[in-house]
Design a protein around this ligand. Sequence first.
Ligand code: FMN
Length: 325
Amino acid sequence: MKTRITELLNIQHPIIQGGMHYVGFAELASAVSNAGGLGIITGLTQKTPKDLAKEIARCHEMTDKPFGVNLTFLPTVAAPDYPGYIDAIIDGGIKIVETAGRNPQPYMEQLKKADIKVIHKCTSVRHSLKAEAIGCDAVSVDGFECGGHPGEDDMPNMILLPRAAEELKIPFVASGGMADARSLVASLAMGADGMNMGTRFMATKEAPCHERVKEAIINATELDTRLVMRPLRNTERVLNNSAVEKLLEKEKELGSNIKFEDIMDEVAGVYPKVMLDGEMEAGAWSCGMVVGLINDIPSCKELIDGIMSEADSLITKRLEGMLSA
Ligand SMILES: Cc1cc2nc3c(=O)[nH]c(=O)nc-3n(C[C@H](O)[C@H](O)[C@H](O)COP(=O)(O)O)c2cc1C
């Protein structure tokens, strides 16, 4: 399949693995890229720019296909060493960066000078248009269904994707709620040039997260995610557990007086405990509603090959068949 995204990124299939904190290590990124998609290393999971440089080098040893790095611009006062991370990306020969969170404008000139393609992740049409205006090469349009931060507009992809298609000139991928060939074909029909998946890629053989995380994903239904941190305007979609229930109780009790410090126990330092040690009740961790569609743990190649061959038959048999009936 050839789309503006496969052409732009020089990949075989229009499928991207979104950056995921403490999941997007070289093992997963290289497996996705080797399977013909675009794997992405999560920059800030690496504690220092030097660590990121090592992770990039490790990934180069595991694949000769293109892979990217995610840089999430957090709304924090004590910002990470972003210039250092960007130097590591450029020096590591990375040609694709997925940015997310705040506007990547301060770093665009440097990234473009290094001939890097920038895909900015956005949860609204207005942010997507801003990304286009500042020179991003593509956007990842993240609907309300998504695992992680869906923003505050609560716009599901059935509306958001066609609206993005109406307004954008640059290519975009559909993100949030994507799991299979049905997701891909529907996204293409709505004007996207491919899809980005997070939660689905966690339940793969190569994802370097704890087996209990994969089991939790297999066992969960589409009813099992919750939105946390809404009162702080930093909404995150997470899988429900006892810590999330406690957090939601606090949000209810404290109302608009709630501060980040009140929920530190449930949200700070959680990822290594959950993803590496399998402490499933340690706190809130991102997970999309798409969890209800995930029932197996394939290899990345099995997953991607399956999606592409089923997409072919959906288009050429089911849809064509309806036309010629
Ligand atoms: C466990 C987990 C961690 C994530 N961490 C990040 C992150 O650090 N930076 C980021 O930009 N997106 C992050 N995301 C969002 C994904 O890149 C992707 O946009 C999202 O998962 C898409 O929705 P889906 O889960 O329905 O596929 C994370 C998602 C998950 C599930």
